[in-house]
Design a protein around this ligand. Structure first.
Ligand code: MIC
Ligand code: SF4
Length: 700
């Protein structure tokens, strides 16, 4: 039986374990990337474990998130990162050089290699045949120190592409279609692999858009083969010597996927599985205790000829709808940028569509090119001038509005963005209304002031890819061998510190949240982002926009009068009790930010209990000594109320691989068993109070 590309790359990088679906394995990491918002903590941790020069083939530290510089914090972080990169043998991409994923794809991605990045959109480089995985900063610090990356040998979801994208239909529409089938839930432990003749019509940056937003599926990563298109891309980047073909065998097998979906709540996903997965079985009679039915399929098939412009409606990237079905809605803001869609092709398509025309008077239209390379090229060829002439607001090459760093929309204003996430409030406006669309659909709305199917605005620009990109790496500083003094100013804190797990948990439920809590809910970015290198300061932001019953600020039921999570948690900590967070399905989806574990840890949280916890967050909890427990049924979740006391007696001995943990509510005397999927090694880390404490204890 032939092998898929994922398993071929894993096989070459396997350091420990058996390469069998579901088994725990360790893989060698060839490259790492960090960005400034997660990187300061990652480098503080790297220093704390006593590592010196990195052991990877290549590690790059980017500055792209914390760019506003209101107060001294951001530049203090930048200078710390630049100096520590020099000291540790890491390349440093300066502020202004572009968004980490776009720059990494352009300048460093290599087919067949592995990449670990402290950012959930690291899979962007999967567009160039890499196995590129997002992780918490501590895992990346360990990879820089030469440690293998622990993961579960994945299920591989095969997505077969046929045909060719039609005018005005874009790569963004491919990934939105995939999200409309797989949803953001239930894909933990999967890698999505694209194959089929339709792949060859897509350029590497287009593939990068698809693998980038694959992060929204909650999958480990997504990957395309490396082929003639990859060779042409690397040649145009002056890196033809780094090309190697990488693809699945012709008779490769993909995994059999089984999902549990709710017949009513998940009706659209079930319908799309029926439509796009040949031979799918919808086992209506196979119901679990929560009323979900079993859905099985082998491959997803998407005919690019038939694809049409799509949009993700506000709240979640999987609320996908055809653009024509929402056409006519008044739009107040349009932004093209972010690591998903800010390539040369994206910007030139928009610029050509807007050439000699004016942005609609009701629309605030902004662009943020993904890299200095893209920016310089559109500046030199006149594309930027056309955008300025049309009325576009020009932003710097950085994450910017994607993470609530400026351009927050007005209350309830419809904002169309070429980004990858539209969680409520992420834009910086609590009652925002953000739709995720392709740059093509964004351009159409910028012109008409309404959601518009781009196929209705006229001739398609058909931008040619350049034979040579403008290569100028002067903003990437190579590490030096000379001794370097690390610049550590007063706003830079210390790496997190924790105590061993107590003998008994005597806890209080600080928050009972519902489904799909994102890391943006746990640790908001926006105005708080500048505190990433200072845990006490940043911990004031934990769940700051959510009340104890999980209601979001700006939504009905939100109790603005109750003390903040931070204050409630510290009050509980003072009494000697432990904090517990309760979540439902898909807890902590989204970003890789390990602060969503570190700051709750700092506030005394010892246990997170949920129906399902997303992969990166689960690993972050373990790394920082918080026990990730799983409800075995919705009834147990339903039985808990915010403010409940929960005890776990003798937790240190109860935690054994494959053994359930007994949770007691001493007041209602309701008790239940919760499961976990920790290995013995992970249990040892949790018992020590996290990996930093574990490493420190093993040195003594
Ligand atoms: C995001 O898109 O949410 C971020 C900001 O890039 C995060 C990383 C972070 O929180 O710093 C991510 O995707 O991992
Ligand atoms: Fe930056 Fe947004 Fe991409 Fe995250 S998703 S790396 S914030 S552009």
């Amino acid at each position: 039986m032939g092998k898929n590309l994922t398993y071929k790359i894993l096989e070459k990088h396997l350091v420990s374990g058996k390469l069998v679906e579901g088994e725990k394995i360790g893989i060698k990491i060839d490259q790492t990337l960090t960005q400034d918002a997660t990187g300061t903590m990652a480098f503080l941790e790297y220093e704390a474990i006593g590592a010196s020069k990195v052991k990877t083939e290549l590690s790059v530290s980017y500055v792209d998130h914390n760019m506003m510089q209101i107060g001294p914090e951001n530049q203090n972080d930048h200078q710390y990162l630049q100096s520590v990169a020099q000291k540790t043998g890491v390349y440093f991409s300066r502020a202004g050089n572009g968004i980490c994923h776009q720059v990494h794809l352009e300048r460093f991605s290599r087919p067949g290699r592995t990449l670990l990045g402290s950012d959930s959109h690291t899979p962007t480089s999967g567009g160039n045949g890499m196995l590129a995985i997002g992780a918490g900063g501590f895992n990346v610090a360990l990879a820089m120190a030469g440690e293998p990356f622990p993961m579960t040998a994945p299920k591989v979801v095969g997505v077969k592409l046929t045909g060719k994208l039609q005018p005005w239909v874009a790569a963004k529409d491919i990934i939105l279609r995939v999200l409309s089938i797989l949803s953001t839930k239930g894909n933990v432990g999967c890698i999505v692999e694209y194959f089929g003749e339709g792949v060859s019509s897509l350029s590497v940056p287009e593939r990068g858009t698809v693998t980038n937003m694959g992060a929204e599926l909650g999958a480990t990563t997504s990957i395309f083969p490396a082929d003639e298109k990859s060779k042409a891309y690397l040649t145009a980047q002056g890196r033809e010597d780094q090309y190697e073909p990488a693809s699945a065998d012709a008779d490769a097998k993909y995994s059999h996927i089984v999902k549990w979906l709710h017949p009513e709540k998940d009706a659209t996903f079930i319908e799309n599985i029926r439509r796009y997965c040949p031979g799918a079985q919808i086992n209506e009679n196979e119901k679990n205790s929560d009323g979900a039915i079993q859905v099985e399929f082998d491959e997803i098939h998407i005919d690019l000829n038939e694809l049409e412009p799509l949009a993700a409606q506000p709240g979640s990237p999987d609320r996908v709808i055809e653009v024509r079905k929402i056409a006519g809605m008044t739009v107040g803001q349009v932004i093209v940028g972010s690591c998903t869609n800010s390539s040369y092709h994206d910007l030139m398509t928009v610029s050509t569509a807007l050439k000699n025309k004016s942005v609609h008077p009701g629309v605030s239209f902004a662009i943020a090119p993904g890299s200095k390379q893209v920016y310089t090229m559109i500046a030199k060829n006149g594309g930027l001038g056309d955008l300025i002439a049309s009325g576009a607001r020009i932003l710097e090459s950085a994450c910017g509005p994607c993470i609530g760093q400026g351009q927050s929309p007005g209350s309830g204003v419809v904002s169309l963005r070429s980004f990858n996430r539209n969680f409520v409030g992420r834009s910086g406006t609590s009652n925002d209304n953000v739709y995720l669309v392709s740059p093509e659909t964004a351009a159409a709305a910028a012109l008409t002031g309404k959601i518009t199917d781009p196929r209705d605005i006229g001739e398609y620009p058909n931008i040619e890819w350049p034979e040579k990109f403008l290569v100028d790496d002067s903003m990437i500083i190579a590490p030096k061998d000379d001794p370097v003094e690390v610049i550590r100013r007063d706003t830079i804190g210390s790496p997190p510190d924790n105590q061993p797990l107590p003998a008994n948990i005597s806890g209080l439920v600080l928050l009972k949240a519902g489904d799909k809590v994102t890391t943006d809910h746990i640790m908001p970015a926006g105005e708080w982002l500048k505190y990433r290198s200072n845990i006490p300061a940043y911990s004031r932001a934990v769940f700051v926009n959510v009340d104890s019953t999980g209601h979001e600020r700006g939504k009905e039921g939100f109790d603005a009068g109750e003390p903040s999570f931070h204050d409630r948690a510290l009050a509980v900590k003072k009494t000697g009790k432990h904090g517990i967070i309760v979540g439902r399905d898909s807890y902590a989806q989204g970003s890789s930010r390990e602060h969503a574990a570190i700051c709750p840890m700092y506030l005394g949280v010892k246990v997170v209990l949920a129906l399902a916890i997303e992969r990166i967050h689960r690993d972050n909890l373990v790394n920082f000594g918080i026990v990730p427990l799983l409800f075995k049924s919705e009834t147990d979740y339903d039985g808990i109320t915010s403010g409940d006391n929960l005890s776990i007696d003798d937790i240190r001995n109860q935690l054994k691989p494959g053994h359930d943990v007994h949770v007691i509510n001493p007041i209602t005397t309701k008790d239940f068993y919760a499961s976990h999927n920790l290995t013995q090694t992970e249990i040892d880390w949790v018992l020590a109070g996290g990996r930093l404490s574990f490493i420190a204890a093993s040195k003594n």
